[in-house]
Write a protein that binds this ligand. Sequence first.
Ligand SMILES: [Zn+2]
Length: 216
Amino acid sequence: MAICSTCGEWTEPPLLITDDHGGVHIACPQCGHREPFVQRPLHFVSGASGAGKSTLVPLVRRSHPDYVIFECEAIDFWRFEGPPGVYASLHNQWLKVAWEIALNDLPVVLIGTALPAQLDACTMRSRFSTIRYLGLICDDEELARRLRARPAWRKTRNEQFIAQAQGYTRRLREVGEGGTAAMTLVDTTAMLPDEAAACIVRWVRASHIPMTQDRG
Ligand SMILES: [Zn+2]
């Protein structure tokens, strides 16, 4: 409930309370009314420009039309408020949308350039029981080659852009290997797109919990 069904108060970001039996409820801050709240898992694929995100989306879609897979950049992301590169309001909006879709008991795979700490800081993060991460990484040289091979209008050929993408990839590698958050790493350096897409499918299949089972 974004609006309390008892008093009409606006209840976002949600105030969640876990009862003695582990059940999660959303509580109205105004009147205290409570309703059961369904938290769902989310699959988040993170990767720098050139790591293979946009290439892999149609491949996963084709092989698994039952997965709802989409990119954060599917909308005009630069219109969202906030400091450049932070995108907290964008991520919050996508988490809202992803949660609505996840309530239909479909595996939701959101693809973007965000680190676990960035999504953890979102007010809408609490809608999900867990966010599972897969990091698409790639060697520095190969990443630079891919970005230089793009058409000039995409403005990915300059050294600053390439260094940023390589730096972001290093961060993903650190998170995945350092264990600061659970993240599965997929190195696309020498992989064919079909192979990388199959890795994503295997990862989703291994970690998606149908809602009926999730409820116990
Ligand atoms: Zn209320």
